[in-house]
Design a protein around this ligand. Structure first.
Ligand code: FAD
Length: 414
């Protein structure tokens, strides 16, 4: 009997990487890669960076040209939405009517924008950013707009603020919490980026709650705040996070809890169904095996490679160190590890020199590292955290101490 092979739902970072890695693992069975977007798989990070600035075009953000899929016998189905799973018979049902069998199924269905629950949030002139189509619309609207209010001072919001300011627009960022990016970085890093934006002309309002979007003739003309007058705006960009796409899994009886629940092999309760990337919550070795759902290229790509290896016959627990980056103006922020349970912070370098690292320790052990324009610290930090190599507070703080002398020789592995 011919094998039904592997079906992958979602053509984002995780779905694309699974298909590509299966072939590089030597997997010979059929691969079907299904996505509801009309485009061949592309990268999302440039959508809030080089793409709206006109520095990157569609061709430069595609993972591979269309020919790649034919050359590697990957059956790529775009503009096709999977409506349901039939786990007993191992089939997926497309909304368009087809039924596709699988031996192994990979849910790489990602996440969608969290919607702002205030009056006026669906007006013309209020935009979100997740997909290439949304980025294309945003780029066109940015060109015509003058006064932009960005709601949300997280990574995507701040990157968009930097883009808009670079394009010469008047920009205000509204953040509900006391400082930007407060959920993920130390106060010193937040302060650095707040100063950076301010010196580039961006206004940042923290601790401010949006109560509605003001309208005139059906269009957004301002953002209403609980504490101040309405901020005028001819374009409102919302970046307040995402919600995982769990419905397919949930309706087929798989466990979900802020993500599709998987084990340390990235398997759901069904031994033939994996879930990876932004949609999955997994026991993270770098967070005492607590279930976490991470939203990053590293997480999507590493989990995809891991699952491809497992399907190709090499099964082992997933144990990759989380890392992330953000580009704002000419500054690169790189993060390694997870800082949420830290009890001590050490800084290296200075904000004045625009070269600063923050080392996060928990019970004397390095658990995370944020670096601004210090790529070597980031690369070495990844190795140290992954290997659990001891480093003292003094070594971390002392710029004359060469961190490379501590680094394990081999690169961090999964
Ligand atoms: P997604 O990229 O969300 O892909 C899932 C795909 O599945 C989507 O195309 C979706 O439409 C499709 N889908 C869902 N349900 C179905 C269905 N039923 N049938 C068919 N298709 C379906 N990360 C970083 O590390 N660094 C960055 O600088 C960075 N910048 C970012 C900037 C932006 C603007 C955005 C949006 C994200 C950024 N990220 C960044 C995050 C990173 O891009 C994501 O974590 C990563 O793309 C997640 O990949 P994924 O494949 O898990 O999910």
């Amino acid at each position: 009997m011919t094998s039904a092979g592997t079906v992958i739902i979602g053509t984002g970072q995780a779905g694309f990487q699974t298909a590509a890695s299966l072939r590089s693992e030597g997997y010979q069975e059929p691969i079907t890669l299904i996505g509801d977007e009309p485009h061949i798989p592309y990268q999302r990070p440039p959508l809030s960076k080089g793409f709206p600035l006109g520095k990157q075009d569609l061709a430069s953000i595609e993972f591979r040209p269309a020919k790649f899929y034919a050359d590697h016998k990957i059956n790529l189905l775009t503009s096709e939405r999977v409506a349901a799973l039939e786990r007993r018979d191992r089939h997926v049902f497309l909304k368009s009517g087809s039924r596709i069998p699988y031996d192994k199924l990979v849910l790489a269905v990602g996440a969608r924008n969290r919607l702002l629950p205030v009056p006026g949030a669906t007006l013309d002139g209020v935009l979100y950013l997740r997909s290439l189509d949304e980025a294309t619309a945003l780029k066109a609207r940015l060109a015509a707009a003058q006064q932009i209010v960005v709601i949300g001072g997280g990574f995507v919001g701040l990157e968009l603020a930097a883009v808009a300011a670079t394009l010469g627009k008047s920009v205000t960022v509204v953040e509900a919490l006391p400082r930007p990016m407060s959920r993920v970085v130390a106060p010193a890093i937040s302060q650095f980026f707040a100063n950076l934006h301010t010196t580039q002309g961006v206004k940042i309002l923290c601790g401010a709650t949006v109560t509605g979007i003001a309208a005139a003739q059906g269009k957004a003309v301002g953002v209403k705040l609980s504490v101040a007058a309405t901020l005028p705006a001819d374009l409102v960009l919302i970046g307040i996070g995402v919600e995982p796409n769990t419905e397919l899994a949930q309706h087929s009886g798989l466990a979900t809890s802020n993500g599709i629940v998987v084990d340390d092999h990235l398997l759901t309760q069904d031994e033939n169904i994996y879930a990876i990337g932004d949609c999955a919550t997994y026991p993270c070795a770098f967070a005492f095996n607590q279930h976490l759902r991470l939203e990053s290229v590293q997480n999507a790509a590493d989990q995809a490679q891991h699952v491809a290896a497992a399907i190709a016959g090499r099964r082992e627990p997933y144990r990759a160190l989380p890392w992330f980056w953000s580009d704002q103006f000419d500054i690169k922020l790189q993060m390694a590890g997870l800082s949420y349970n830290h009890d001590h912070i050490v800084t290296r370098g200075s904000a004045d020199s625009k070269k600063l690292s923050v080392f996060y320790f928990a019970a004397g052990r390095l658990v995370a590292l944020d670096s601004i324009n210090r790529p070597l610290d980031h690369m070495i930090g990844r190795k140290l955290i992954a290997a659990g190599t001891p480093i003292t507070f003094d070594q971390a703080a002392d710029e004359s101490f060469d961190l490379r002398t501590l680094a394990p020789k081999s690169p961090p592995t999964q």
